[in-house]
Write a protein that binds this ligand. Structure first.
Ligand SMILES: [Zn+2]
Length: 325
């Protein structure tokens, strides 16, 4: 069984029309600057449900379940609604610090969120929407601090909610195709957060994205903190092999970073296939492969996954009940 821990859902008409411009990794990275007008169009469009396109790719590559989160311009409520249509296969997590869109610049003070607001939004996502954890937070929405201890102060209210619900948070590493915030892609500051909140689990997504010095910093943070996990999308089989040697398989997590943009990439391979191949190239051991493909995710999300199934079932029964009346 394969569980994909890292998937972004929700899309826009302009994104769907841009597939022919997004067939390689450099195409995706340069899309915002190379086709600025087309890139910026989504900020003025209505979002679309792309759950069916995701399920088609999951079936094609043998992925059983996906932990889904938002992308720029998509709300937590929209993600929960997509997942609720396929509750046995799509399990939603919250992004309480929305990623920027061209119409929404976090450098504008009015667009930033206070640490309290972030904690409240997360609490709402967990208790009202039934979300089971936290996806990739966008640090710049919440802080403009540079010192690790100051960053950890601003994150504290959110981390306390995560610890209270015995859940986890994904923190992105390296670069993104979005404007701003690159500084926080070096995870060295996460050491301070992990140390202060030992019962909250922290997943460093993309584990440095094939960039050696960022990968080494991911390893340093994970070596020092038992509550830190590394997620493998965008990484390489070499880095994965080294991570297996240094921290072992139980804190390594399979993910693909599938999104309405990344799903178009075909060269060198579709993102889901590339992540599966990285794991298979890094180890022949079937037990270790099983640990990466599903056991770590079950360990991180198992109790919450059943919580989501219950939440989705109750919602369904409630709406049937309403229909009956
Ligand atoms: Zn991602």
């Amino acid at each position: 069984m394969i569980i994909d821990s890292h998937v972004h859902v929700g899309t826009f008409p302009s994104v769907e029309s841009a597939g022919h411009l997004l067939s390689t990794v450099p195409d995706v990275v340069a899309f915002r600057t190379r086709h600025r007008e087309l890139y910026e169009r989504f900020a003025r469009e209505e979002p679309l449900d792309n759950g069916e396109a995701l399920l088609k790719d999951m079936d094609k590559f043998g992925v059983e379940k996906a932990i889904v989160q938002s992308r720029p311009g998509i709300s937590n409520d929209f993600v929960a609604a997509i997942a609720a249509r396929h509750p046995e296969r799509l399990i939603p997590i919250a992004v309480p610090t929305p990623w920027p869109t061209p119409a929404d610049d976090p450098r504008d003070k009015g667009r930033m969120m206070s640490p309290r607001d972030v904690a409240e939004e997360l609490e709402r996502c967990i208790t009202e929407l039934g979300m089971i954890g936290v996806g990739e937070i966008f640090l710049r929405r919440l802080t403009r601090k540079l010192h690790p201890e100051d960053i950890a102060d601003d994150l504290a209210p959110m981390m306390e909610v995560i610890a209270a619900h015995e859940t986890s948070v994904q923190i992105p590493t390296a670069w993104t195709q979005l404007p701003g915030g690159l500084y926080y892609g070096d995870p060295i500051w996460v050491d301070e957060v992990a140390n202060r909140h030992p019962s909250a689990r922290i997943i460093l997504t993309k584990m440095g994205r094939e960039i050696d010095h960022l990968f080494e910093n991911c390893l340093s943070v994970a070596m020092r903190n038992e509550n830190v996990y590394l997620e493998v999308s965008g990484s390489s089989s070499n880095h994965l092999r080294r991570a297996l040697q240094v921290i072992g398989p139980s804190r390594l997590l399979f993910g693909t970073d599938w999104s309405p943009v990344w799903r178009f990439v075909r060269d060198p391979a579709p993102v889901v296939l590339k992540s599966i191949r990285n794991v298979e190239e890094a180890t022949d051991d079937s037990g270790i492969r099983r640990q990466l493909f599903s056991s770590t995710a079950l360990n991180l999300y198992n109790v919450p996954i059943s919580r989501w199934a219950r939440h989705a079932r109750e919602r369904r029964e409630l709406s049937h009940h309403r229909d009956d009346r």
